[in-house]
Design a protein around this ligand. Structure first.
Ligand code: ZN
Length: 259
């Protein structure tokens, strides 16, 4: 049995020779003294059982370990395990932030697996998922890649942004591309999607074709955006990311069409 210890949105682990280590009996003993609460969110992965526990918000990590954001594990664990942990993290976060009714303030009760219900006014709250689009704009043999101010140095990626109320994914994509880089696009093609648990997004990726306009960058969001020839791309995000899969698949398709 492996114990995963969450402290609000952070998870307890350490790294030894690039491998993620989960807390051992000694670390768990040290944390127990500070109060450690078991949760219902147990799962198995590759024959191993993972128990999920919660430490109080003020808990101090045991010697040699740190509480760190889930983001630090992205790319460091196999995809299946990361998906399980990110599911649990989103459920814990929903549980933590929906203890009281948003309508009348009464304490809510857990009803079904994925519902918290108010016993006074019957308002129910389900885990929130915020859809976001990712857009890879293609112009002949070139790809439009951009970088935001928070990216690792030198890394570029596809454009991305959250859907707003009332929008379809396609409308959100056209608006985001227009706002971030000033271009109009056409011929949207769905590529794939990925849960993006920071804290509760669903990333939905498309390719699209350049239709009109010239690059005008939105300063707060986009530090740089350029057309890159498909055979000369800059540094990209890790292979586990949807952005990277989108870019790699698009480059492969372009090279098959025009070897
Ligand atoms: Zn209520």
């Amino acid at each position: 049995m492996i114990s995963l210890v969450f402290c609000t949105q952070r998870l307890l682990f350490c790294r030894q020779e690039q491998q993620i280590q989960w807390p051992d009996a000694q670390a768990l003993g040290a944390l127990s003294a500070q109060g450690l609460v078991p949760t219902e969110f147990q799962f198995t992965h590759q024959g191993r059982t993972y128990a999920v526990l919660e430490a109080p918000p003020e808990a101090l990590p045991p010697a040699g370990f740190i509480f760190q954001s889930l983001r630090a594990l992205f790319g460091a664990l196999d995809e299946g395990l990361f998906a399980q942990i990110s599911r649990v993290a989103q459920l814990l976060e929903w549980n933590r932030t929906h203890q009281y009714c948003g309508c009348c303030g009464q304490a809510t009760e857990r009803q079904e697996a994925l519902a918290r219900v108010c016993p006074r006014c019957a308002h129910s709250a389900y885990p929130r998922i915020s859809p976001a689009i990712m857009a890879l704009v293609i112009r002949d043999q070139e790809l439009l890649l951009a970088r935001g101010p928070h990216f690792q140095p030198g890394v570029y990626s596809a454009l991305a942004g959250f859907c707003e109320p009332g929008e379809s994914l396609e409308q959100a994509l056209r608006r985001e591309v227009r706002e971030e880089v000033g271009l109009e696009v056409d011929n949207l093609r769905y590529f794939g999607s990925q849960s993006w648990p920071f804290p509760h997004s669903l990333m939905v990726a498309f390719t699209c074709q350049f239709a009109a306009g010239s690059l005008v960058l939105q300063p707060e969001e986009i530090e740089d955006a350029r057309w890159f020839p498909s055979h000369a791309l800059p540094a990209l995000s890790p292979p586990i990311s949807l952005a990277r899969k989108l870019i790699d698949a698009t480059v492969a398709a372009l090279h098959t069409q025009h070897p």
